[in-house]
Design a protein around this ligand. Structure first.
Ligand SMILES: NC(=O)c1ccc[n+]([C@@H]2O[C@H](COP(=O)([O-])OP(=O)(O)OC[C@H]3O[C@@H](n4cnc5c(N)ncnc54)[C@H](O)[C@@H]3O)[C@@H](O)[C@H]2O)c1
Length: 268
């Protein structure tokens, strides 16, 4: 089976660092032309340059996923230049941590806006293009939507993260609804549920959780590893491998799924 992504056009959000960057690099290495976007345009350009410097094809864009007009504008720009969008990866996400009794409306809005609403806007922009483009002659599919959710999208027991959990459960439900609605167009939609991934988001969470629990950052890290049967922190590349799988023809008959990649932290 041909697993190459040569000739495929992928858009990815929040890909200036972390899981998004690792996923963009993996897509680029597999031959896709990668439209790398991030809230921070310079970081997006940096990831795109990493792909181009290793003989891949990429461009970098500033994009705030909480603005539907920006998502639609990027989608139209990509179609004007390349004629289609084969895949859209909604990766941009944020977190904050607080005890329920101290959570603020702005904690709630920040997490819901980027994680849930941003996934809605990105998916909608992609679907507006994908539903009216020709199917791929090999697969019969018009496109693939890949949403980065979280272990916290299935396991609500995540201290100090009630608002984040709500936003990621929303991503899972939304993805299933989209998969059902878009199947008749030959568009798949799936989620990925990572565990404790060592990225800048985790660095921030380690510091918040240490302070909320009154223990050291190292001790929090030990708790994360102890909660992971494979006994290490997850890497961004562990997640990128599943993005690549969902982007490739290997997953053409999978839709509406939420794939765990968490070293066994949560099995469902
Ligand atoms: N790190 C983890 O442990 C973990 C676990 C499960 C799921 N996730 C999810 O994986 C995704 C990536 O997380 P990460 O750990 O790489 O985070 P990160 O903070 O390292 O990177 C996130 C990127 O998203 C960008 N971003 C933030 N707000 C944005 C917006 N409004 N529009 C566009 N881009 C925006 C940031 O600039 C940053 O480059 C997120 O959806 C996160 O919720 C992370």
């Amino acid at each position: 089976m041909d697993t190459s992504l040569i000739g495929k056009i992928f858009v990815i959000t929040g890909a200036g660092t972390g899981i998004g960057r690792a996923s963009a690099l993996a897509l680029g290495k597999a031959g896709a032309t990668v439209m790398v976007s991030d809230l921070k345009g310079d970081l997006a350009q940096g990831t795109a340059a990493m792909i181009v410097n290793t003989n891949g094809k990429a461009e970098g864009f500033q994009l705030d996923v909480t603005h539907s007009d920006q998502c639609n504008q990027l989608a139209r720009k990509v179609v004007e230049k390349f004629g289609r969008i084969d895949g859209w990866v909604n990766n941009a996400g944020v977190s904050s941590m607080n005890r329920l009794v101290d959570l603020t409306e702005s904690d709630w809005d920040f997490n819901m806006d980027v994680n849930a609403k941003g996934t809605f806007f990105g998916t909608q922009a992609a679907a507006r293009i994908m539903t009216i483009q020709d199917p791929d002659p090999n697969s019969g599919l018009r496109g693939k939507i890949i949403n980065i959710a979280s272990m916290a999208a299935k396991r609500g027991n995540a201290p100090f993260l009630a608002h984040y959990v709500a936003s990621k459960f929303a991503v899972l439900g939304f993805t299933q609804a989209v998969a059902g609605e878009l199947a008749e167009f030959g568009i798949t939609a799936n989620s990925i549920c990572p565990g404790y991934v060592a990225t800048s988001m985790q660095e921030r969470e380690l510091a918040w959780e240490a302070s909320l629990r009154g223990i050291s950052v190292d001790d929090v890290k030990k708790l994360y590893v102890a909660d992971t049967p494979l006994r290490r922190l997850e890497t961004a590349e562990d997640v990128a491998a599943i993005v690549l799988f969902l982007a490739s023809p290997l997953s053409d008959f999978i839709t509406g799924e939420a794939i765990n990649v968490n070293g066994g932290s949560f099995m469902d």
